[in-house]
Design a protein around this ligand. Structure first.
Ligand SMILES: Cc1cc2nc3c(=O)[nH]c(=O)nc-3n(C[C@H](O)[C@H](O)[C@H](O)COP(=O)(O)OP(=O)(O)OC[C@H]3O[C@@H](n4cnc5c(N)ncnc54)[C@H](O)[C@@H]3O)c2cc1C
Length: 424
């Protein structure tokens, strides 16, 4: 049984990406009790799926490692993975939360030795790699996944493979009888840090993501470039496994468009500019098709550096549609709005810069929570002791997400301090 102690001076953080971890750690390091609830088997969120960060082009693993170390060292933070809030009621300073914890089928005896993984054959789509690869039925999502513990895919339970995994474990860490648990908590303040998800590219019919193998998304491109990722860091065409040397990036793919996502995610321009550096490093040419490039503030220098790269060209145009050419090459059709020339240009690989939408389904949020027209949670003072950090509140880069998360830690601390003050 999971044993969690919480009072109405405790802060509940929902979502363990960089924002949730920041809120949890800042509050815990200020002496507050924090419960961090993460639905995946590991914390870190979507930054753990990026290859490099703009603007410095450093690896997200570095920041992740620091946060994980802070979490391990701080007894004020309790991390619950594979956990979700199934109900939240109450008011500022006095919330009741029900947390549902799914079985991992692996207990704390696990040393992450990998013997269970070696023992099983069953494979399942790997969510961490956006389905570009499979993971074994006993797996660890990535080499830095924290908690450092394996997971058994629930689809493997009851099969001979599950028994093989158990038999292979020398540490008695596999418990195939583990059941779903429900934990009831009292907390004083709640911070939603549930982040974002990529807009579903299947919905953008004119771009043929569902039909053309060499049309992929920006998040898949991140995984492809990671040396530990599904292609070993090589930019390979899904149709024939050949290295792509001529890559098109389509900006605002399904964004700023009333048919799809109305809002601008602000990150996608910088993400594509960053991704041209991956392409250049691999000896490939990039063409960016854009409406306007939104590289704000300090990102302007990054944009200029990319403009100076002779391997990168820019075409000011909203691509109308994609058709299929020879050799499975996607052909981009549209009008270039600088020369007003029609084009029909084949490329070896196309990367759709898809927008960011809120990951949490608004219907699962407590009644009365204020949400904007794009589904992001508002921090407008009407939500009592409930706040939204990072991409739960807007599409943000890491720097801004962390600032927002720190601000939420302060707001939550103020709420629980008021509780402590009124009780003392
Ligand atoms: C293609 C692309 C490239 C990018 N590259 C960069 C870059 O180079 N530099 C940069 O600064 N930014 C970049 N970003 C933006 C960056 O990914 C975000 O700023 C960052 O992920 C925000 O972190 P977060 O914690 O707010 O959200 P997330 O990373 O989405 O984390 C949210 C967490 O909450 C969990 N969760 C969701 N719902 C629930 C629930 N109901 N219950 C419990 N847990 C839940 C999720 O599993 C996840 O772990 C990029 C974005 C894109 C689209």
């Amino acid at each position: 049984m999971t044993d969690v102690v919480a009072t109405n001076e405790t802060i509940l953080v929902v979502g363990g990406g960089v924002s949730g971890m920041t809120t949890a750690l800042e509050a815990a390091e200020a002496g507050k009790q924090v419960i961090l609830v993460e639905k995946r088997p590991y914390v870190g969120g979507r930054i753990s799926q990026l290859y490099k960060y703009f603007p410095k082009l450093c690896f997200p693993t570095c920041g992740l490692e620091i946060n994980q170390r802070r979490a391990k060292m701080n007894p004020n933070v309790t991390v619950l993975t594979m956990a979700e809030v199934s109900s939240l009621t109450g008011s500022e300073g006095n919330y009741s939360a029900t947390i549902k914890i799914s079985p991992r089928y692996v207990n704390e005896n696990c040393t992450a030795c990998g013997a269970c993984e070696d023992a099983v054959e069953a494979e399942f789509d790997d969510e961490y790699n956006y389905g570009l690869s499979k993971h074994k039925g006993a797996y660890r999502a990535h080499r830095m996944a924290y908690p450092e513990r394996y997971v058994i895919d629930p689809a493997m339970i009851g099969t001979a493979d599950a028994d093989k995994a158990k038999a292979a474990c020398k540490f008695d860490a596999i418990d195939l009888d583990m059941q779903e648990e429900t934990v009831e908590l009292k907390v004083g303040a709640v911070v939603y840090a549930t982040g974002w998800k990529p807009y579903d590219a299947n919905k953008i019919q004119p771009y043929g993501y569902d039909r053309y193998p060499n049309v992929i998304t920006s998040v898949e491109f991140e995984r492809m470039n990671d040396p530990m990722g599904p292609t070993g860091g090589k930019i390979l065409r899904p149709s024939d496994g050949k290295e792509a040397k001529d890559i098109a990036f389509i900006q605002c793919a399904g964004s700023r468009d009333r048919n799809y996502l109305k809002h601008c995610s602000r990150i996608c321009c910088m993400a594509s500019l960053k991704q041209t550096t991956y392409a250049s490093d691999a000896g490939a040419k990039s063409t960016i098709y854009y409406i306007d490039i939104r590289a704000i503030d300090r990102f302007e220098d990054f944009y200029q550096n990319v403009q100076n790269d002779e391997n990168v060209s820019f075409i000011k145009s909203k691509v109308a549609n994609i058709t299929l050419g020879e050799n499975d090459n996607p052909v981009l059709n549209g009008v270039d709005t600088e020369g007003y020339n029609r084009y029909a240009t084949p490329h070896e690989l196309v990367v759709l810069a898809v927008g960011m939408e809120p990951s949490i389904d608004a219907s699962t949020l407590p009644e009365g929570i204020s949400i904007n027209e794009h589904g992001f949670i508002e921090n407008d003072g009407t939500n009592g002791g409930i706040f939204a950090a990072g991409c739960a509140s807007d599409a943000l880069d890491v720097n801004r997400a962390v600032q927002s998360a720190t601000a939420c830690a302060l707001k939550a601390i103020q709420v629980v301090n008021r509780v402590a003050g009124s009780e003392g």
